[in-house]
Ligand binder design. Structure first.
Ligand code: GLO
Ligand code: NI
Ligand code: NI
Ligand code: NI
Length: 388
């Protein structure tokens, strides 16, 4: 097994990921900027990816002339063609420009809210022009530092109005986008609204077109605040709302690190890949990460290769786990069924309720049933470390 990716794996990168220049809040860029076409070539050089995603302004800078944008688009198109890469997802930058310093869709200023919707409409046109079918919304500035400054109920209502408007626009223009909402609890704001993936799962059901909208969970985002990412993704899958996923890594409870996928949290990354594999997730796997600040352009290619390779290795480990007789024997042992009781509790009827109430449980005996979790977890560790 060479763990070599192919487009069938549906791995994607963003212009902003391989194009990241290594700037941080305390330091200037460590890598020279690349043009969109050069970034596409770099992704092509890594080999095996399906496509490239972009924010409107990753491709076309704010205030670019019509002539300049036409040139960028044509260079970009050529680069996509020579590297056989597609554009599956597009998104809007509603966080870099000072106009969005207090939010976009949830800004306290009606002019700014309208401008944010207009900017998204234009970015949707741009995405559609390149064939994107997934539209990601990350509300990076939709939040507060002090709740003296914004009404949190109004914020939800404003956000809903914006998404409803854009869903109708999507239908009107026949773009065929599916929207994927991306949660993050903090950074760059002190507190961002819709802090976790589950916040959006609840919100989506209140929209005019709930079927058109799902989520784009990101590994680092739940990890940053010390939560179990796998559980959030599982809930999204169970609700049929996993439209897209952002893969990267992160030490828990640190600043937003956007490390290479599986570079830090091997075990969590394994259970995530296992979840996606076992549930036959068919969507795009987008690496929303960047190389270490110390890396040069050549090392950035290694970063991209490594992201895909690690995913493939964990896929292979999933297969091993699922075929391991000793592991599967334990998995079977800890999942005990009781057909009679399950049929009683599966559906409420007066008769089932009466029978359940009349059932005798020996809770001491139940408590004594074995759960050899130490053994199972150690076998998992052995398998992941390659000594099994
Ligand atoms: C930042 C987010 C950001 C989004 C991107 C797509 O932490 O992860 O990279 O994924 O803007 O909308
Ligand atoms: Ni992120
Ligand atoms: Ni990040
Ligand atoms: Ni992201």
């Amino acid at each position: 097994n060479t763990f070599t990716p192919t487009p069938a794996d549906k791995f994607t990168f963003g212009l902003w990921t391989l194009g990241n220049t290594g700037r941080d809040p305390f330091g200037e860029p460590t890598r020279s900027p690349l043009t969109p076409a050069q970034i596409v070539d770099a992704i092509g050089q890594a080999g095996g990816a399906f496509g490239v995603n972009f924010h409107d302004n990753d491709l076309i800078p704010l205030d670019a002339s019509d002539q300049a944008s036409a040139q960028i688009k044509s260079d970009f198109r050529k680069a996509l063609r020579r590297n056989k890469l597609k554009i599956p997802m597009a998104t809007t930058n509603l966080f870099s420009d000072p106009v969005f310093k207090d939010g976009a869709f949830t800004s306290n200023d009606a002019d700014i809210r309208a401008y944010a919707i207009q900017k998204t409409m234009r970015a949707m046109q741009l995405g559609a022009e390149f064939g994107a079918k997934i539209y990601v919304m990350w509300g990076g500035r939709e939040g507060t530092e002090s709740d003296a400054t914004k009404d949190p109920i109004l914020a939800v209502k404003r956000y809903r109005k914006a998404i409803n408007f854009l869903c109708k626009y999507n239908l009107d223009q026949n773009f065929g986008f599916k929207f994927a909402l991306e949660a993050k609890a903090n950074e760059p704001r002190g507190h961002i609204y819709f802090a976790v993936t589950g916040s959006y799962l609840g919100f989506i059901e209140t929209l005019d077109h709930p079927k058109m909208v799902g989520v784009n969970p990101e590994f680092a985002h739940e990890n940053m605040v010390g939560l179990n990412f796998v559980h959030h993704v599982a809930q999204a899958i169970e609700h049929k709302k996993l439209f897209h996923i952002d893969l990267n890594d992160q030490v828990m409870c640190r600043y937003d690190q956007d490390f290479r996928f599986a570079s830090n949290s091997y075990k969590q990354a394994f259970f995530l890949v296992k979840l996606l594999t076992d549930t036959q997730y068919r969507g795009f796997k987008h690496f929303d990460s960047h190389a270490y600040r110390q890396s040069d352009h050549q090392d950035v290619i290694e970063f991209a290769k490594g992201s895909m390779r690690s995913y493939k290795i964990l896929e292979y480990k999933t297969d091993q786990f699922n075929k391991d007789k000793q592991i599967q024997k334990l998995v079977k042992l800890i999942n005990r069924d009781n057909r009679k009781l399950t049929s009683l509790t599966n559906k409420f009827t007066k008769k089932n309720a009466a029978q359940l109430l009349a059932t005798n449980f020996n809770r001491h005996k139940l408590a004594e049933r074995r759960l050899p979790y130490e053994e199972l977890d150690q076998l998992t560790f052995d398998l992941l470390m390659g000594v099994r």
